[in-house]
Design a binder for this molecule. Sequence first.
Ligand code: FES
Length: 100
Amino acid sequence: MLVRVGNSKDVAKGQMRVFDVAGTKVNVASADGHLYAFDDTCTHQGCSLASGELDGTTVTCACHGSEFDVTSGAVLGGPAERPVRSRVVQALGEDLLVEA
Ligand code: FES
């Protein structure tokens, strides 16, 4: 199920923003002209990935440098070993919708 989390213009190009989706912090990233959504909590020790850096479609955790592919949630570099959950995201008119 997709739920409205905000306005479709809420996430600027090349930026990340965190939304609450049914009690879970979900990061929406605007990367390479697309929107991607994934759980914001790093699977290493729980830091917010939104505090890290987005470079293309790779987000680097600010705490210990784990890297994740924002398009899939896959780990690209440790110390994290488990992916973050990737979620469907859609801009529909003025609405920003994320998979709950
Ligand atoms: S909490 Fe993200 S790399 Fe350690």
